[in-house]
Design a protein around this ligand. Structure first.
Ligand SMILES: [Zn+2]
Ligand SMILES: [Zn+2]
Ligand SMILES: [Zn+2]
Length: 212
């Protein structure tokens, strides 16, 4: 396959996205920049014989937090190397290199995640987060389809890696926490009326909220 990047027309186009409305092949730089606000898309790379699954992280994508998706002005290139976040979304599980805000007095990391509609699995050391749209979808699945957390997690694992789902690095335990987050009753959800700070468990070893 010999094609130029559909965006810059300067480099070879090797990458395509399964989720973007725009079709076409893109170079690495254009593929990364086109996904600055679309971090949970599935990317494939032409390897000479077929389109092989790759990730935005492998292409050098960095998920910036604390400045509305833009990079922190105080962040150096070395500052975010090696910091990874596993994000569970509707159509799979993604691992991203994360650049946390490095300003003088930054918001706590769990707050930086919540402000981008990512629900952290831990307050103290968030390494896993769920998109809000996933939690809403899971809540509806429980209500209408009586889906168990184990089945839901298996589905997400298969969506991420059809051929080796059990090696996808997210525990069913996390999805079970989602069940706590979204009560199945129609009663009031803790934290909605009182504010989220009222339901943070400051001394709990699990450190999880009941409501995003
Ligand atoms: Zn390009
Ligand atoms: Zn895309
Ligand atoms: Zn900052």
């Amino acid at each position: 396959m010999d094609a130029s990047c559909a965006s810059c027309w300067k480099q070879d186009g090797q990458y395509r996205c399964s989720d973007c409305f725009r079709s076409g092949l893109y170079c690495q730089d254009c593929c990364v920049s086109a996904h600055a606000a679309l971090p949970f898309h599935s990317i494939t790379q032409w390897n000479g014989r077929y389109f092989e699954k790759t990730t935005l992280q492998a292409l050098g994508f960095v998920l910036h937090l604390g400045h509305g998706g833009s990079s922190c002005p105080q962040m150096s290139e070395e500052g975010y190397s090696g910091t990874e976040l596993t994000v569970v979304d509707l159509d799979g599980i993604y691992i991203h290199t994360v650049a946390w805000c490095a300003c003088t007095d930054p918001a706590e990391r769990w707050k930086q995640l919540l402000r981008t509609r990512l629900y952290p699995a831990s307050v103290q050391f968030p390494r896993t987060a769920f998109t809000f749209r996933l939690l809403n979808y899971f809540n509806m699945d429980i209500l209408e389809c009586d889906t168990s957390s184990a089945s839901f997690m298996t589905k997400l694992r298969r969506l991420t890696n059809l051929y080796d789902p059990m090696n996808v690095p997210v525990s069913t335990m996390f999805v079970e926490r989602c069940t706590d987050i979204y009560p199945q009753s129609t009663g009031s959800i803790p934290g909605v009326d009182e504010g989220i700070n009222s339901v943070v468990l400051p001394r709990s070893p699990s450190h999880i909220w009941f409501c995003p």
